[in-house]
Design a protein around this ligand. Structure first.
Ligand SMILES: [Zn+2]
Length: 173
């Protein structure tokens, strides 16, 4: 992108978000109200997954882009340089390349992707911490015998020890 176009974008505050698949599935990205560009590889991953059918209408109304080869090449070079290339999937590379092309902001918690962004001057933001805070589910566990309960109680009905809470890992969506 030429400098004048970039200035124009900055002036208008027009920087699309380029989220990765897990950022989208985390539910933190409001795809319809935020200005998002989805690399075609990300759309493919979502369609293959459990959320595919649910999200089909949303996906159809979004801007989908395939990265140009020149940007894929630039990202490949940058990732080789930082040593992140072995840790990046084809789709990861597409996200980075599209973000570079549109001067967008990558939304990802992937450390390798963030690393390549920093070294290539691509804006990025994480999404995990906030989505974890918002979606956290608590389980309850006895400090004495370790029995797990799904409701809070004052003391364990098996051994009488105190019950404490712990975050339940919700795993992949
Ligand atoms: Zn107990």
């Amino acid at each position: 992108m030429c400098p004048s176009m970039r200035d124009k974008q900055e002036h208008e505050g027009h920087f699309p978000y380029v989220p990765d698949t897990s950022a989208i599935l985390s539910g933190k990205i409001d795809l319809l109200s935020m200005d998002c560009v989805l690399p075609s590889g990300v759309v493919g991953e979502i369609r293959k997954g459990r959320m595919g059918r649910i999200m089909e209408n949303t996906l159809m109304s979004l801007t989908v882009m395939s990265p140009k080869k020149i940007f894929m090449d630039k990202i490949t070079t940058a990732a080789k340089h930082t040593g992140d290339l072995p840790y990046l999937s084809q789709v990861d590379m597409e996200i980075l390349a599209v973000a570079m092309e549109v001067h967008g902001t990558v939304v990802s918690d992937d450390y390798s992707m963030q690393n390549v962004c920093s070294s290539s001057g691509i804006n990025f933001m994480g999404c995990g911490i906030e989505s974890i805070t918002r979606n956290i589910k608590w389980g309850y566990v006895c400090k004495g015998c370790g029995t797990k309960f799904d409701k809070v109680d004052t003391s364990c009905r098996i051994c009488g020890h105190k019950i404490t809470r712990y975050p339940i890992d919700q795993g992949e969506l």
